[in-house]
Design a protein around this ligand. Structure first.
Ligand code: GLU
Length: 615
C-alpha cells in the first residue's frame, strides 16, 4: 500500500490557513546536559536546525485561556468547528502542533504522529516515549480500518513469580509493597517510538524531522504548567524525589532544592528535545539500540528490573484488524485484544441495545440503572476471560455475540440492582495517567489514538540525560498464575484503552476514546450512547455527566445529576457514591463528530486540559 495513496488528504483547502503567530514566553535557563560522544555528534547538527526558525514552530498556552486566576480549570471553550479537519487532544499545544502539521501539507497520520510526540512532552504525566498505546485508523480512500498495536510487552525474563507475593486469608495472592507500580519490575518494554515511526513510514507523507521539529522547539522553549500537570507533579513529589532521575526531569531546582513547579510556570525539557533529535536522525534505532537503549536498561535494572538490550531491540509493532460490532445500525471499530477495551465496550452496548434508551432522558434513573448493571455484567466477564490472544484463548466472538448480550440483558431487572455480578459463559456463543486524541479530516480519514505510561509519570523511573520516564504497564497484568492475564515473557498486559471510530453505511461518523484505566470502557460506551441514542453534539456528549462502577452495585457519579435521579437509583439497591462535579477520574474524551451540516465538531474534555482545534 503506498503511503502517498493511503490517506487522501485535505492539503489544498488547508494551505489557505496561516499559522498563528506565537508570543514566546521566556523559559527558565537550564544547565547543558552531559552528553556522550554519539549524542554530541547529533547535536552538532543543531545550527542547521536553528535556521528553521524555531519561533515559527513554537506554540504556547498564551493564546488560549485554560484556567482562571484561582487556577481553576475553565470548563467551557474546549470545542471547535472545522470545515476541513480537527485535531482534538488533551493539550492545547499538542492540538496546535498537529493542526500546524496539516497546514504545512501533512496528512492525518503526519498530524497524529506529531500530536502524539507533542503529548509525550506536554502531558508527560500521562503518556510518553517510555510507554505505548493503540491507534485505530480509517482510510477514506480505501475504506480500510486498521489497528496499530504499540503497547508495552513484558521483558523476556518476566514470569508470574517476578513479584513477591503473600497469600491472604481469602486465599488471594497479594503483591508485597509497590513492586507492581513503582520501580524496575513495573516497567514493560515500550512501543511508543516504534509504533509512531511505523505509522509515519507506512501511512504518513512527511519526514521524521518535519513532524518532530515543532515538538523539539516546544521542549526547548518550554510549556506552561497547567493546574492538572502541577497537581500531578506535586502529588508525585515524594516518588519523584525517591526516583531522583525522574525528579531531575520533572521538579525544578531552587537554590539546590528540588521543588514542584507552580501553575503558570514554564517547564523546559531540553533533554527530551535532544532525544527527539536522536530519533529524528536515526529513526527507531536511535531509541531501541545504542546509548538511549543502554541507559533505559541500566536505569530500569538499577531499580530491580529484568530488562536486556535484546528486549528493546526485539520489540515489534503489530498491525491488526480492529474489533467490529454494530450499535443500532452504526458500525463501530475499536481495540482488539490485547485490549479488553473494544470488546467490552461492544458487550456493554450490545446489552443496552436491548432497551429503549432513545426514549429515555440522559439523566433518567432507569437509563443509568441499565448502564450500571450492564457495566457490572460486562466487567465481570472482562476479569474472567480477557488476556493477550497470542498467549491465551479468549472468547471474543462470544463476548460480542448479540444473543449472548440478550441473555445478559435478561438478567437486568427494573427494580433491583445487580450487586453480585458473576461472569457468564461466552464460550457457548463463541463461533469461531493515559491520553486520547482524535484527528479527522473532511475527506473522512480518521485517527483515534490512545497512549499511556499508565500511572502518573509511570514507574517513576526516569531515564537520565534523555528527559522521559518509563511506564509501569506491568501493573496491568494480574499477579496470579494460570489466569488469561498472568505474566509471561513477551506477553502484552491487558488494557482497557479503546480508540474507537464510528461509521454508518460506510460513512464516517465520529472518532473518540479516553484515558481512565478500566473506566475508559464505561466512559466510551456512555459517550457513544449519548451521540447515537440522544442525538447529542460532540461537546454536549463529552460534557454530559457520567457514572462509573462495576462492582457490588456501587455507582460513582459526577455530582451534576438531579437529586431525584440519585435517590431513585439508591432505591433500586445501588450504592450511590458522589464524586466531584467534573471529575478527571471519569476519563478525558477528546473526540470529533461529523455534523449533519457537513462540518466537523471537535470536543475537548473539560475534566482535564482537552482542547479541539478546527480549521
Ligand atoms: N494502563 C491502562 C490501560 O492500558 C490505562 C491507564 C489510564 O488510562 O490511566 O488500560
Amino acid at each position: 500500500m503506498k503511503k502517498s495513496k493511503l490517506l487522501a488528504l485535505m492539503l489544498a483547502m488547508i494551505l489557505l490557513l496561516s499559522a498563528c503567530a506565537q508570543p514566546a514566553q521566556k523559559p527558565a535557563e537550564e544547565p547543558a546536559p552531559t552528553e556522550t560522544k554519539e549524542e554530541a555528534k547529533v547535536d552538532e547538527k543543531e545550527p542547521e536546525k536553528e535556521e528553521a526558525k524555531p519561533e515559527d514552530n513554537y506554540t504556547s498556552l498564551d493564546d488560549f485561556k485554560l484556567f482562571d486566576e484561582n487556577n481553576q480549570l475553565l470548563r467551557t471553550g474546549r470545542d471547535d468547528i472545522g470545515e476541513n479537519g480537527v485535531v482534538s487532544s488533551g493539550k492545547y499545544e499538542a492540538s496546535k502542533i498537529g493542526k500546524g502539521i496539516i497546514e504545512k501539507g501533512g496528512n492525518a497520520i503526519d498530524a497524529a504522529v506529531a500530536t502524539a510526540f507533542a503529548l509525550a512532552l506536554t502531558e508527560a504525566n500521562a503518556t510518553g516515549i517510555g510507554g505505548g498505546g493503540f491507534m485505530t485508523i480509517h482510510s477514506a480512500e480505501t475504506g480500510e480500518n486498521i489497528f496499530i498495536n504499540f503497547r508495552e510487552k513484558a521483558p523476556a525474563a518476566a514470569t508470574p513469580d517476578m513479584w513477591q507475593t503473600v497469600t491472604n486469608e481469602e486465599g488471594k495472592e497479594i503483591v508485597i509493597g509497590n513492586q507492581k507500580i513503582l520501580g524496575g519490575k513495573s516497567v514493560g518494554v515500550p512501543g511508543f517510538v516504534k509504533g509512531l515511526l511505523y505509522a509515519l513510514e507506512k501511512y504518513g507523507t512527511m519526514s521524521r524531522e518535519e513532524v518532530l521539529q515543532p515538538v523539539i522547539d516546544l521542549a526547548e522553549k518550554g510549556i506552561t504548567v497547567t493546574p492538572t500537570l502541577a497537581a500531578d507533579m506535586s502529588g508525585e513529589y515524594d516518588n519523584l524525589m525517591k526516583y531522583s532521575e525522574s525528579g531531575d526531569i520533572f521538579l525544578k531546582d531552587v537554590d539546590g532544592m528540588k521543588l514542584p513547579y507552580e501553575v503558570g510556570e514554564i517547564f523546559v525539557n531540553k533533554d527530551f528535545a535532544k532525544t527527539l533529535r536522536i530519533i529524528a536522525e536515526k529513526g527507531d534505532a536511535g531509541f531501541y539500540e545504542g546509548p538511549v537503549a543502554k541507559e533505559i536498561v541500566d536505569v530500569v535494572n538499577k531499580y530491580g528490573g529484568l530488562f536486556t538490550e535484546e528486549d528493546l531491540k526485539n520489540y515489534e509493532v503489530e498491525v491488526m484488524e480492529p474489533v467490529h460490532f454494530t450499535y443500532r445500525g452504526y458500525d463501530i471499530y475499536s481495540s482488539p485484544s490485547p485490549s479488553s477495551g473494544g470488546t467490552i465496550v461492544g458487550e456493554i452496548l450490545n446489552i443496552v441495545e436491548n432497551f429503549d434508551l432513545p426514549s429515555m432522558a440522559q439523566d433518567d434513573p432507569e437509563r443509568l440503572h441499565i448502564f450500571a448493571d450492564a457495566f457490572s455484567l460486562a466487567y465481570a466477564d472482562r476479569g474472567e476471560y480477557m488476556g493477550d490472544v497470542k498467549f491465551v484463548d479468549v472468547p471474543i466472538n462470544g463476548l460480542l455475540n448479540k444473543d449472548y448480550a440478550k441473555k445478559l440483558a435478561d438478567k437486568i431487572q427494573t427494580d433491583v440492582a445487580i450487586t453480585e455480578p458473576m461472569p457468564d459463559d461466552p464460550w457457548m456463543f463463541e463461533h469461531e495517567d493515559t491520553t486520547h486524541f482524535s484527528v479527522v479530516d473532511i475527506e473522512g480519514n480518521m485517527v483515534a489514538l490512545t497512549s499511556t505510561v499508565n500511572y502518573y509519570f509511570g514507574s517513576k523511573v526516569g531515564v537520565p540525560g534523555y528527559g522521559f520516564v518509563m511506564n509501569n504497564e506491568m501493573d496491568d497484568f494480574v499477579a496470579k498464575h494460570d489466569h488469561p492475564n498472568s505474566i509471561a515473557g513477551g506477553k502484552t498486559p491487558l488494557s482497557s484503552m479503546s480508540p474507537t471510530i464510528i461509521l454508518k453505511d460506510g460513512k464516517p461518523v465520529a472518532a473518540l476514546g479516553s484515558p481512565g484505566g478500566t473506566t475508559i470502557i464505561s466512559t466510551v460506551a456512555q459517550v457513544i450512547s449519548n451521540i447515537i441514542d440522544h442525538n447529542m453534539g460532540m461537546q454536549e456528549a463529552v460534557d454530559a455527566p457520567r457514572i462509573k462502577g462495576f462492582k457490588d452495585g456501587k455507582i460513582t457519579f459526577e455530582n451534576r445529576f438531579p437529586e431525584e435521579t440519585i435517590n431513585a437509583l439508591a432505591e433500586k439497591g445501588h450504592t450511590m457514591n458522589p464524586s466531584d462535579d467534573w471529575d478527571r477520574s471519569f476519563g478525558s474524551v477528546n473526540a470529533v463528530l461529523f455534523t449533519e451540516d457537513g462540518k466537523l465538531e471537535g470536543a475537548g474534555d473539560p475534566r482535564r486540559d482537552g482542547k479541539a482545534l478546527g480549521f
